[in-house]
Unconditional design. Structure first.
Length: 139
């Protein structure tokens, strides 16, 4: 994929206000694959001082959004299931989204979430609905 298009896709996803509010960054993106990163701060912690599950879910969901929309077709999540394996107490979380299968209307993705030691902390399985509308990454 051309570098110019990749930059346009990254710039497009910088408009995600919710991901921005959590400090989530899009590290890598191409159709069917994306990596996102979140440096853990106080705002991400719950009352027992571990990363709030909703923050982890949002990190993974944003990776899914980037990967599933990078081909220019609007894809929205219609089902998601997350499993948490390990409490995240470190400084960084990274989510890696991969397309498992896809058709004209349905896309299935797995997202693995790792800490800075490359330990698997959570997995998200998502189903997306591929809409008719297209994304103009140059807007």
């Amino acid at each position: 994929m051309e570098g110019l298009l990749i930059n346009s896709i990254k710039k497009f996803f910088e408009k995600d206000r919710f991901a921005n509010s959590l400090g989530i960054k899009l590290v890598r993106v191409e159709p069917g694959y994306a990596e996102t990163k979140m440096e853990i701060a106080e705002r991400h912690l719950n009352a027992i001082n571990i990363v709030q599950g909703g923050a982890i879910f949002t990190l993974a969901d944003f990776a899914f959004a980037a990967a599933s929309n990078a081909d220019g077709k609007v894809t929205v999540g219609i089902n998601a299931n997350i499993s948490y394996f390990k409490a995240s107490k470190g400084k960084v979380l990274i989510a890696k989204a991969r397309e498992v299968s896809g058709s004209k209307k349905i896309a299935n993705y797995n997202v693995d979430v790792f800490d800075e030691n490359n330990d698997l902390t959570a997995q998200l399985s998502l189903t997306g609905y591929v809409k008719e509308e297209k994304i103009d990454f140059n807007k």
